[in-house]
Write a protein that binds this ligand. Sequence first.
Ligand SMILES: Nc1ncnc2c1ncn2[C@@H]1O[C@H](COP(=O)(O)OP(=O)(O)OP(=O)(O)O)[C@@H](O)[C@H]1O
Length: 270
Amino acid sequence: MLDVTGISHTYGSGAKTHTALGNITFTVEKGEIVCIVGPSGCGKSTLLRAISGLMPPTAGASRFMDTPIKSVPEDLAFVFQEYSKSLFPWLTVRGNVAFPLKARGMSRKRRNRAVEEALASVGLAAAVDKYPWQLSGGMQQRVAIARALVCEPALLLMDEPFASVDAQTRAELEDLLLRVRADYNTTVLLVTHDIDESVYLSDRVLVLSKAPSTIVATIDVTPLGPMRDQITTKETDEFVHLRGEVARLLRYGHVDENDRLGVPARAVAE
Ligand SMILES: Nc1ncnc2c1ncn2[C@@H]1O[C@H](COP(=O)(O)OP(=O)(O)OP(=O)(O)O)[C@@H](O)[C@H]1O
């Protein structure tokens, strides 16, 4: 679905430059959820922009369904952290979700049906005539997700999509994303700061280093199985082990045999 090869990116020119991305190569398969975690400011958002065609990278290339990405492909949708900035306050929920369909010239009848289906899939069928400012933060982010889903994108790129909502809403939105993937077989590449979230949602977690960032490790999360539950999954030994592995990679940049044997992290650092 997505093939990223040797992407690097340097901001600025002359003496004032900052290399955010080192040399990043990975793939995302159809139907996978892949999460990217990394230290603050390491270049996670830069990576999403550089691989999606929003911004040309300094070097490297990405391919989407075997076609080189030069600009944002039609079959790709974004969800950003700040729903308050990404929704149009002067449009109703229906107007916001219908927006990308209108831009594609879809008839009003088909648009209305698609909007109602997308809103039902995020549990917001009753809010269709409300304005964003009449909804809670979590509901607004559901509208943003419905707007991304309404075009049935092959690939959904999400940049910290649940970072601006409270913990309870965040858990609900995570489960919503898992349901969406199960219902639509959507492929998802998601950036998060949250280690638990990355393990809970993913098939694979890509751990980035500090800038210029590279992929320190790829963690296979499939041993957790496809069915996830906010309480019981997080109680399993496998989940605890995986979250520890991601946390150590973020802190030390590696995991050694002592970590796997359960030696406390402080002892490993010493
Ligand atoms: N348009 C820009 N021009 C110059 N520098 C930029 C630009 N955008 C980002 N940067 C710099 O690139 C680095 C990476 O930024 P980016 O937002 O990609 O990191 P991030 O990992 O997503 O950050 P966070 O974890 O805080 O969300 C930062 O040092 C940032 O200041």
